[in-house]
Design a protein around this ligand. Structure first.
Ligand code: NAD
Length: 267
């Protein structure tokens, strides 16, 4: 079921080692990526069958410059929004709720835009969304915010290709998510960096760790002396920095680790 980097270790030992690290830590940061939500039915970007196999990315500058790029963007968004809106949290998200209840979780820094950590029941003030959220659309001119569901109705009413505009200033509307080439949200980015540098343990969960600047965060944590646990189906470029690497589904591994910590606390 599991594989791990240390071939000589069996999975039970690896889970125990991760649980020991968790038990000894006081400030735990979970850094989550698209892989934590695939078990909720939301495809990631880079796996086989992922989003990039179906749709080409629209770069931010192209969105600003070209009506054709905006049409392409909203066509993809119209198709993917219902999948994300209707998705339910899976065992990985629920394990992070358990960590919060145990008083271990400093925060979740998520690259995901799907709001599943909120839906699972983690406190909103513990969730830092560094790539924005699909719950809203914003006007790129006046920053007016619109519920994304309202925009979806407009997209569906207009069967043809439709680009929504702001009611107030007629500026372009775009999902409140970060596209390639779009500046990262300053407040969230700074806060994420600070929390990464102050934690004593970081879990990276379901991230290929190839998207920058987000992938700097585990590096910042390690440079500041934190331990790193990586749980991902496939190898990542940062595996060599981690104390524990588990190549498995995040839900199965994380639930076992949390269970082991609870057992240790009873013993
Ligand atoms: P990515 O697609 O680059 O990598 C996902 C990783 O998760 C892959 O390495 C894959 O092997 C692994 N994975 C897939 N299913 C898994 C599972 N069940 N358990 C463990 N690992 C699993 O995604 P990324 O690193 O998050 O970065 C790309 C960008 O994708 C982010 O900016 C994010 O905003 C965006 N994105 C978000 C969602 C979402 O909100 N759910 C979905 C797609 C893309």
């Amino acid at each position: 079921m599991f594989s791990c980097d240390h071939e000589a270790d069996n999975m039970e030992d690896v889970i125990k080692r991760a649980a020991d690290l968790l038990e000894r830590s006081r400030k735990v940061v979970a850094f989550t990526g698209a892989g934590i939500s695939t078990e909720s039915g939301i495809p990631d970007f880079r796996s086989p069958g992922g989003i990039w196999e179906k749709y080409e990315p629209v770069y931010y500058q192209d969105f600003l410059d070209s009506e054709e790029a905006r049409q392409k963007y909203w066509l993809r968004s119209k198709a993917t929004f219902p999948v994300i809106r209707d998705a339910r949290p899976n065992p990985s998200h629920l394990a992070l709720v358990e960590l919060e209840k145990m008083g271990k979780l400093d925060c979740i820094i998520t690259q995901n835009i799907d709001r599943l950590h909120h839906k699972a029941g983690n406190s909103a003030e513990k969730i830092i969304e560094i790539h924005g959220t699909v719950a809203f659309a914003t006007c790129l001119t006046c920053n007016m915010i619109y519920p994304r569901e309202m925009i979806q109705k407009l997209l569906e009413e207009n069967n043809g290709i439709y680009v929504p505009h702001c009611r107030e200033c007629k500026g372009f509307l775009k999902d409140a998510t970060i596209s390639f080439g779009q500046p990262m949200p300053e407040e969230e980015t700074n806060e994420a960096k600070r929390r990464a540098q102050e934690c004593d343990l970081m879990f990276t969960l379901g991230s290929s760790l190839v998207v920058y600047p987000a992938a700097y965060l585990p590096r910042y944590a390690c440079q500041a002396g934190a331990k790193l646990i990586i749980i991902n189906m496939t190898a990542t470029p940062l595996d060599h920095l981690a104390s524990v690497v588990i190549h498995a589904k995040t839900g199965e591994a994380l639930q076992q680790i949390v269970k082991e910590v609870k057992m240790q606390q009873i013993r």
